[in-house]
Design a protein around this ligand. Structure first.
Ligand SMILES: [Zn+2]
Length: 450
């Protein structure tokens, strides 16, 4: 009996230490950091929030149509994971799974409905009517799968000190696409923080990087993007992406993130303020609930009658909200939906009206353009010798060289990782090297100057 008590005590201690160390989502920390770095971000954020609140007031009860958001998924993977589906270079099936979950969550068609594990707040659950589709055209109007894959030497990215390194080519990541036209989602390996906590993802609130727009978008750890492949480990309900897009569209956490002078959690209605979008239909709650939610979950940490929200009785905490930290969550509320739709019609209006074509089939298409991460062609300009380096081990490549008139002057079939072509017998000028593989095609303009 004594032994059992000790075990229970140890379990409780472990849970408390996890609660203290784990920052499931790094958004609040990073938004505060971006405001400290450039105070203009705070001004932008507040202006946007005020406009948004006005839109919400005027349009809350109006009929709305489904808004489509083009997304670009940037897989930043360890260079040793060169094969798609290995380690951090997650499979297309995992990307498709993540997008499926996201669209279910935003349309209230997730498996928890119509009969959620508890129905305490069922009448407040909203169909947000925003859908996310892979971009089918890139910034230059060229066809794309909406998925990029970038090899990096970095094993992990520290979410505190390297929080945006995956967003730049020159810091071991991948430049995002125009954030006015695409929602950029970077998927990479986020480091376990020095304090031992695990960050699953983060994003920026609207305007919080208005003066550093290249940071805009979200980052999700590769083990928490979707629920299959690298994300099939335990403790992952696949909702991290949903939660981060909630922030990206203007929502705060539903739990109070403030403490008293002694560092003890206090009660507040965290998302019922300027930054939070005045979300009235999520109750005030104190501290973070990490557990699962079921019919018998009955946390009630704050007295709702002390807060100006839409509740006229003291209700339970809404632990099933996507913006909570519970281990299983399933709903956004009507007010949260109004805030997100306000953002799409306000600050992120250019995304709603993006010129990008989209692929809403839910399937990642076939890439027909090979990029520099797959095949390297050099030097260019050349004195005659051209090297073609196959970086991802295609089975074979058909290589055709054409002159400026489109006439074929040379062909080759390569099964090696490195091929040398000799153009030194041809006249100086412009040539086109066309490389075709099972994975796609690439045409490169080459200048010959002997
Ligand atoms: Zn969060």
């Amino acid at each position: 009996m004594l032994k059992r008590s000790i075990t229970i005590i140890l379990l409780i201690i472990t849970q408390i230490s996890i609660a203290q160390n784990t920052r499931k989502c790094n958004t609040t920390f990073l938004v505060n950091q971006s405001i400290t770095e450039d105070s203009r971000n705070l001004i932008a954020m507040e202006e946007i929030a005020n406009k948004n609140n006005k839109w919400v007031d005027e349009n809350r009860n109006k009929e709305k149509t489904v808004i489509t958001v083009p997304i670009a998924v940037h897989i930043v993977h360890k260079n040793t994971h060169s094969n798609i589906g290995s380690g951090t270079n997650i499979s297309n099936a995992q990307i498709e799974d993540a997008i499926r979950i996201l669209n279910e969550d935003f349309s209230k068609t997730n498996p928890e409905f119509p009969n959620p594990p508890r129905n305490t707040f069922s009448n407040l659950a909203a169909d947000v009517q925003i859908q996310f589709c892979l971009a089918a055209t890139d910034e230059n109007g060229n066809p794309t799968t909406g998925v990029t894959r970038t090899s990096t030497t970095k094993s992990t990215f520290d979410p505190d000190t390297e929080a945006n390194d995956m967003k730049r080519n020159n810091t071991g990541g991948k430049d995002g696409w125009d954030p006015e036209e695409y929602l950029n989602i970077w998927v990479c390996n986020l480091a376990v923080s020095p304090s031992g906590g695990m960050t699953l993802g983060y994003s920026y609130l609207p305007g919080s990087v208005a003066w550093q727009m290249w940071k805009d978008g979200l980052v999700v750890d590769f083990q928490f993007f979707g629920t299959v492949g690298a994300a099939s480990g335990g403790g992952n309900d696949g909702s991290t992406t949903t939660h981060e897009i909630g922030h990206y569209l203007g929502l705060m956490h539903t739990f109070c993130e403030s403490a008293d002078n002694n560092g003890n959690p206090i009660c507040c209605d965290n998302d019922d303020n300027n930054w939070g979008g005045y979300v009235d239909d999520t109750p005030a709650s104190k501290d973070i609930y990490w557990g699962s939610v079921n019919a018998s979950t009955n946390n009630n940490t704050c007295n709702d009658l002390s807060y100006s929200n839409s509740f006229n009785t003291n209700v339970l905490d809404m632990d099933e909200n996507f913006m909570a930290y519970s281990s299983d969550v399933w709903m956004f509320t009507h007010d949260q939906s109004a805030v997100m739709n306000g953002t799409m019609n306000g600050y992120r209006n250019s995304l709603k009206n993006s010129p990008a074509s989209v692929n809403c089939s839910g399937a990642v298409g076939i890439d027909n353009v090979l990029d520099n991460n797959q095949i390297r062609i050099y030097p260019n300009p050349t004195k005659g010798k051209i090297l073609i380096q196959n970086l991802t081990n295609f089975q074979s490549e058909n290589i055709v060289v054409r002159n400026i008139l489109g006439e074929i002057i040379l062909t080759n079939q390569n099964t090696n990782s490195l091929l040398s072509l000799d153009l030194s017998l041809f006249e100086n000028g412009v040539y086109f090297i066309e490389i075709s593989t099972a994975n796609g095609k690439r045409i490169e303009k080459i200048i010959l100057t002997k």
